[in-house]
Design a protein around this ligand. Structure first.
Ligand code: NAI
Length: 329
């Protein structure tokens, strides 16, 4: 099949092309994101592939369906950007890549924790200026600290294992208790208990109506004063404006984020010559105890290869009329 790849990035093309050609498919790469103005580019493509910031809202899906699209092959685990009810009504199949490398995201989460704790971002800048002063770089031993993991699915459970290795006490909250986590000694508690007891809180639940702004002014107030918050899940899990207030008051001691609620149209592209018009992100970037990466948690060679192969396996399954466990609609 010919597959239109929306939001195609140079770094993923070799992986996608190889996985497609091994299965007799062909990729047509489109650097533009999918939205109401670009949906017409898919006319005639029965399979299109979406990335995390493509717009899969009902109106856009209607345009795709009208143009003959029958399959949305998501190159992501998260699917909050696709209106699944609309897809079902339009008889659009939606397949995702449920697992490609939980290690990639969990390891990046640890990178954010270590960077913020030991102020590596500040140390890097200082040393380049021949400033070898240690003042302001004081961290704490991770050993013996309490880490609270919200969502112990594939990524959260890998993080639980890594943080146990550091000698941390790991608390978790999740409607489904993970057997590997229980075996590790992870203690499941309520969200308020987790927030009250954790020195570091890390978000690994999906973004849904129930989890939108899970971290807000009320839940921030329940956290240990000066605790660290890490978000490599989805931007809208946290209310960014409430977080700014908590950082300014000192209630929140550090924030690491790989995702941002208004990242669409900004992340995954070079805007270094542009004026940043997002005042919330601009304010977040001014704090020395906030460290932001541009949605690169997934970004390892192994993950790109797995994403490409599963995406093209999903296309093959669709072509053969044999939906697999990756189907959402
Ligand atoms: P998963 O589906 O394996 O695990 C999610 C867990 O969250 C499940 O155990 C579920 O029961 C739990 N959960 C659902 N609602 C909850 C709630 N209200 N409170 C606590 N737990 C809740 O998903 P996986 O693969 O671990 O990914 C987690 C999230 O990470 C994805 O939904 C996606 O948004 C994000 N992600 C971010 C990436 C990045 O590059 N930064 C890459 C891949 C995923």
């Amino acid at each position: 099949m010919d597959v239109l790849i929306y939001s195609s990035q140079p770094f993923e093309r070799p992986f996608l092309d190889a996985a497609a050609s091994a299965r007799g498919h062909r990729c047509q790469h489109q650097t533009l994101a999918l939205n109401a103005s670009t949906a017409a580019l898919a006319n005639g493509f029965s399979a299109v592939s979406l990335f995390v910031n493509d717009d899969g809202s009902a109106a856009v899906l209607q345009q795709l369906a009208a143009g003959g699209t029958r399959l949305l092959a998501l190159r992501s685990a998260g699917f909050n950007h696709v209106d699944l009810n609309a897809a079902k009504a339009l008889q659009l199949a939606v397949a995702r890549v449920p697992a490609y490398s939980p290690y990639a995201v969990a390891e990046h989460t640890v990178g954010l924790i270590l960077t913020l704790n030991r102020k590596l971002h500040r140390a890097f800048a200082r040393v380049r200026e021949q400033n070898f002063s240690l003042n302001g770089l004081l961290g704490f031993d991770l050993h013996g600290k309490t880490v609270g993991i919200i969502g112990t699915g594939q990524i959260g459970s890998v993080l639980a294992r890594i943080m146990s290795g550091f000698g941390c006490t790991v608390l978790a909250t999740d409607p489904i208790q993970n057997r590997d986590c229980l075996a590790l000694g992870v203690r499941y508690v309520t969200l308020p208990e987790l927030l009250q007891q954790s020195d570091i809180v890390s978000l690994h639940c999906p973004l849904t109506a129930a989890t939108q702004h899970l971290i807000n002014s009320q839940t921030l107030a329940q956290m240990k004063p000066g605790a660290m918050l890490i978000n490599t899940g989805r931007g809208a899990l946290i209310d960014s404006k409430a977080v700014i207030v908590a950082i300014k008051s000192g209630q929140l001691g550090a924030l690491g984020m790989d995702v941002y609620e208004e990242e669409a149209g900004l992340f995954f592209a070079d805007h270094s010559g542009d004026i940043l018009t997002d005042d919330v992100l601009a304010r977040l970037m001014t704090f020395p105890n906030v460290f932001i990466t541009g949605h690169q948690g997934f970004f390892t060679r192994e993950a790109l290869q797995n994403i490409a192969e599963t995406t093209m396996t999903n296309v093959s399954a669709f072509a053969a009329g044999t939906p697999n466990g990756n189907w959402l609609s």
